[in-house]
Design a protein around this ligand. Structure first.
Ligand SMILES: [Zn+2]
Length: 310
């Protein structure tokens, strides 16, 4: 693999044709994962030694502690009975389409017998979309809450199904947005939004908000707080155009790609996927998302199916 920024055609396939040529079988996929997980050569996950022997079954045996390990050990692919080439195909379909793929479409593409299998796979992959040690947002950041859902057949629009979602987005210029972060809130309009800011935004950043009372606390946490008083929703859109735009794009994506209502326990995963896509929207090559997702997948804890079924 080339050092520096990944290169299309060298570090990741640029086209579906290349994808098929590179990953002809499981061996080719595992070779690729080894390069992603250990770009500078094998490192023992137990003792961090780099001396090891290859042993049967594509395992490595650490020369120092004697522990046997494989490239998928401790990742979302751990103990999967599904061929690695099928996983790769799922990752390709998920990342090569601008808006992602629904569980139903994935089931049809890969010929899975059950919708539940496709659904569980997508959720595993969504978990890999959050970089384990991602950097916090910085500079000028807009912060606000929005609501997802709320329209259920047979209900009177009382708002009981609305899920509050926190949004923070970097403003890089008058018409330019940077990275985004989301979180599901337990209750809207509480100090949870300040806690969210502390988790996701670097101190010393300028945080722009609608000036809700609890957000005055932001200054206590080292942020420069730009509170703008707003009295109507229209005003809010013009004062915080970044979060407003992100919120409407998110809602359109949820409605278009998933095509079913999102429940509270699963919303966080969809938010992770949308943030992954949004934060890489300027990548010219879709293959770059394929590369990043697999790279993060081999750095992610395993999540057995039963853990995903709430
Ligand atoms: Zn070791």
């Amino acid at each position: 693999m080339a050092s520096g920024a990944p290169v299309g055609g060298v570090d990741y396939p640029k086209t579906f044709q290349q994808f098929r040529d590179w990953f002809v079988d499981d061996e080719a996929c595992l070779d690729y994962l080894e390069q992603l997980r250990w770009p500078d050569g094998f490192v023992c996950p137990v003792c961090a030694a780099s001396d090891a022997w290859r042993v049967a079954g594509r395992m490595w045996m650490c020369a120092q502690c004697g522990r046997k390990t494989s490239v998928t050990a401790g990742t979302i692919f751990h103990r999967s009975r599904i061929p690695m080439s099928t996983w790769f195909a799922a990752v390709w379909f998920l990342t090569s389409q601008k808006n992602g793929i629904s569980a139903l479409a994935l089931q049809q593409q890969l010929g899975f017998g059950s919708y539940e299998t496709a659904w569980a796979w997508l959720h595993k992959l969504r978990r890999a979309m959050v970089h384990p040690d991602r950097e916090r947002l910085c500079g000028v950041v807009e912060l606000d809450e929005t609501f997802i859902g709320g329209v259920s057949p047979g209900k009177d629009g009382a708002g009981t199904d609305k899920i509050p979602v926190q949004i923070a987005v970097e403003r890089l210029g008058p018409r330019k947005l940077g990275r985004v972060r989301f979180a599901v809130a337990t209750r809207p309009g509480t100090l949870e939004l300040v806690e969210f800011a502390c988790r996701e935004i670097e101190p010393c950043s300028t945080v722009r908000t609608d000036g809700a009372r609890m957000l005055r606390r932001l200054t206590e946490h080292g942020y420069l707080h730009e509170a703008v008083d707003v009295y109507t929703a229209e005003e809010k859109d013009s004062v915080l155009p970044g979060v407003h735009l992100v919120a409407s794009l998110l809602k359109r994506w949820l409605a278009g790609t998933l095509q079913f209502s999102v429940t509270r326990p699963h919303l966080a995963y969809y938010l992770d996927e949308y943030a992954f896509r949004f934060n890489r929207r300027t990548s010219a090559a879709r293959g770059m998302l394929f590369f990043r997702l697999l790279q993060q997948a081999v750095a992610t804890d395993p999540h057995p199916l039963q853990e995903l079924l709430f």
